[in-house]
Structures are given as structure tokens and as C-alpha cells.
Design a protein around this ligand. Structure first.
Ligand SMILES: *Cc1c(COP(=O)(O)O)cnc(C)c1O
Length: 357
């Protein structure tokens, strides 16, 4: 089976972990600081704050912006549940806006209509590694004085009009094992605002700057240096990984004609966390998945259920929504392997099997 994702673990990653073990400095030590520095540079921002995972990065970012009970956060229902869970953890209310049929990202033309006096933030998700239209979103956030929290978990290294994702607002990244760069588990917040960075650091580590003096209620959302060491080794591979993902996606786009393939508009630098096609026209998506899997092509469905139809949302009373473009996307999408470890033979097999659908 050609897997839908495959973490790359080389000698550098193994050596880096052993060095940390030998050093005895296991948590939030020098490797974490180096990873933060490298990440900030890649995202073109002065501050990066490492966290235990992408979900805690989002949670910290929302708290640092002062978002809490009674507040509304405008976001997409077509995302991984963690985007929404992080909003719920703060006591705020997710307000769902439909997606664009071509990019699967937030339909930015509908965002302004969703703003109410309680709106405090917009959380776009750069889904599959494709940046959202950040001209429109930064414009709306600026005009209405809203926080802009980018869920960039799938989009490290992506850019909109030459500017990296995670540098428009407060960026939140994941370094989970299957993401474009990984540390096993891990996350990162990026910001240009020094006061916000300081607040994020405090929330991450028990609300303290001076040891055992707790100025606010914080959490333990720290990253271990063992994980940071893996992430650092991976950051050196990011440019190669991204180039390989782009070449794989270009091959698939050039050869697949039997399903709707992803288009990339000019000005959008996609990093292809996922390569997602649509099985449209009422064709049976589940049968297509089964046929691909039976013939050795791994697939993913990201995502089969809109967030507003997940049990916790229904239980909290946020389930009374139905957005037509999202409803269609959840029935039609299939992600195909695009990861950097695919061979030419794998790519040809993927194309061949997709054409037999
Ligand atoms: C992976 C992911 C997250 C959560 O990151 P974790 O590191 O798994 O906690 C959040 N949002 C999106 C869009 C993701 O893909």
C-alpha cells in the first residue's frame, strides 16, 4: 500500500534525540529555543513560541488575545476538530462560515456578514497547505478590530503574495508526526507582537516568568527538548520536502483527468500537506476509496463531517447550521498520497488507479 503519509526519520533526527538524552536537559531547553528561532525565521516573524502540540498552540493564542466566554470566533467548519475544540476550551462560540468550492478554504466574501457585536476573532485555516486570501481577511480584521488567528497547522512554508502563512496574524502550527515538518508531537505560535509573545510564553508555562511566582492562571503546554531536537533536524529538510511535494502535486495535476484536481491561483504558494480531489457528479466516493485501497493506493478523507455536526458541537447547541458548499465537500473529497517519499513508480500507480475509478 502506498501510504497517505509517511514521516521521514533520518540519522540526523536519531542523533539529535540521543544528544538531548546525553545532555540531561529534557524540557524546554536549548533545542526548544533553537527550534523557535528557526521557525520564526521561516515564518518571517520576530517571535515563535514552541508548545506541546498544535491544539495547545491554538488554545494559548486564543487565551493570549483575551478570548473567552461570550465571545464569538468566525471560522470554517471544514477543518480538523482541534481548530474548533480550541475555541470551545476558552468558552467562546464558534461561528461557522461556508467554504469556497475550489480552494476548500473559508469563503472570505461571507466573513463580514457573520460579524456581530460579540465577534472578537477570525480563525482562517490554511487547509491542505493552501493559503487563504489574506488580503481580504487582514482587511476585515483591521477594519473591525478583530484578532486574526491563523490555523497554519498544515501550512508551514506556505505563502500568500510572497508573505509566509502565520505572519499575517497570530500563526499556529502543528509539528504532529504526519505534518510537513514534524517533531512527533509539537506546536508553534508565531507573532510580530512582543507583548503577545510574552503572554503566550506565560500561559504555556504555568503563568510564570519568575520561577514559582504565578502572575496568571497558566498551563503546562511546554515542548520537550527531545521533540524539539527532532523538529530542528526536520526544519533543515523543509525546503527539500516542500519542493518534492510540489513536484509530486504537479505530476498528479498534469496526469489526472478523471476527477476534479486542485487548482492553484497565482499569488498562492501551496505546500501540499494534502493533495485533495473531488469525486463529483454524485459518484460513490466510498466505493472509489475502497477501490483505491484494495489496489494499493492509500487515501484520506479530510474531513468526512462538518465541525457543526460533531457531537460536542451539537451538545453545546452549535449544531443548528448547514452550509451547502461544506455539505457537498464532505461527501466528495478524497486525498491522495503526495508526501516527499513517493517514487516515480508510486506516482504512476496513483494516476493509473485513479483513472480506473
Ligand atoms: C493537525 C491540526 C491541528 C492540531 O494539531 P495537533 O498538533 O495534532 O494538536 C489543528 N488544526 C489543523 C487544521 C490540523 O491539521
Amino acid at each position: 500500500m502506498i501510504p497517505i503519509s509517511k514521516p521521514f526519520i533520518g540519522e540526523e533526527e536519531k542523533k539529535a534525540v540521543m544528544e538531548v538524552l546525553d545532555s540531561g536537559m529534557l524540557v524546554q531547553g536549548p533545542r526548544t529555543a533553537q527550534l523557535e528561532e528557526k521557525f520564526a525565521a521561516v515564518c518571517g516573524v520576530p517571535h515563535a513560541i514552541a508548545t506541546s502540540n498544535g491544539t495547545t498552540a491554538l488554545h494559548i493564542a486564543l487565551l493570549a488575545h483575551g478570548i473567552g466566554p461570550g465571545d464569538e470566533v468566525i471560522t470554517t467548519p471544514f477543518t480538523f476538530m482541534a481548530s474548533i475544540s480550541s475555541i470551545l476550551y476558552t468558552g467562546a462560540r464558534p461561528v461557522f462560515v461556508d467554504i469556497d468550492a475550489e480552494t476548500f478554504n473559508l469563503d472570505v466574501s461571507q466573513v463580514e456578514d457573520a460579524i456581530t457585536p460579540r465577534t472578537r476573532a477570525i480563525m482562517p485555516v490554511h487547509l491542505y497547505g493552501y493559503p487563504c486570501d489574506m488580503d481580504v481577511l487582514t482587511g476585515i480584521a483591521g477594519y473591525h478590530d478583530l484578532a486574526l488567528i491563523e490555523d497554519s497547522a498544515q501550512a508551514v512554508g506556505a505563502a500568500f503574495k510572497g508573505k509566509p502563512t502565520g505572519s499575517f496574524g497570530t500563526g499556529c502550527f502543528s509539528l504532529y508526526a504526519t505534518k510537513n515538518v514534524m517533531s512527533g508531537e509539537g506546536g508553534m505560535i508565531t507573532t510580530s507582537d512582543p507583548a503577545l509573545a510574552r503572554k503566550c510564553r506565560m500561559i504555556r508555562n504555568h503563568g510564570m516568568e519568575r520561577r514559582y511566582y504565578h502572575d496568571m492562571l497558566g498551563y503546562n503546554f511546554r515542548l520537550s527538548d527531545l521533540h524539539a531536537a527532532i523538529g530542528l533536524a526536520q526544519m533543515d529538510r523543509l525546503a527539500d520536502f516542500t519542493a518534492k511535494r510540489r513536484a509530486n502535486a504537479a505530476y498528479l495535476n498534469a496526469h489526472i483527468t478523471s476527477v476534479v484536481t486542485p487548482k492553484v491561483k497565482s499569488g498562492y504558494e501551496h505546500v501540499w500537506h494534502q493533495y485533495t480531489v473531488r469525486v463529483d457528479g454524485g459518484r460513490d466516493r466510498d466505493a472509489a476509496v475502497k477501490q483505491l485501497n484494495d489496489n494499493g493506493v492509500g487515501t484520506g478523507i479530510f474531513y468526512p463531517v462538518p465541525a457543526y455536526r460533531q457531537t460536542p458541537l451539537i451538545e453545546l447547541g452549535f449544531g443548528n447550521v448547514s452550509l451547502p458548499v461544506t455539505e457537498q465537500a464532505v461527501k466528495e473529497v478524497i486525498s491522495l498520497p503526495v508526501h516527499p517519499q513517493l517514487t516515480q513508480e508510486d506516482l504512476e500507480k496513483i494516476v493509473y488507479e485513479v483513472h480506473r475509478l
